[in-house]
Ligand binder design. Structure first.
Ligand code: ZN
Length: 65
């Protein structure tokens, strides 16, 4: 869990403005749940899902510089 928290902080800091624009479900306007999975030491996968619709709205890979 320590590793996940570490990557969450980095991603949130770098993409804060972007996420604030697209942090709600397009179907029901519920706040999306964002999760970050570390693929490697330099890559994280961002997954946004709606707890109401149970859909994944996006899954992207980001390089940590
Ligand atoms: Zn929804």
């Amino acid at each position: 869990m320590k590793a996940i928290t570490y990557y969450e902080k980095i991603a949130t800091h770098k993409q804060k403005a972007y996420m604030q624009m697209q942090c709600h479900c397009v179907l029901c306007n519920t706040s999306l749940e964002l999760k970050f999975e570390n693929i490697s030491q330099e890559e994280i996968k961002e997954v946004a899902s709606c707890p109401q619709c149970e859909i994944r709205t996006r899954a992207k890979t980001h390089i940590i510089h």
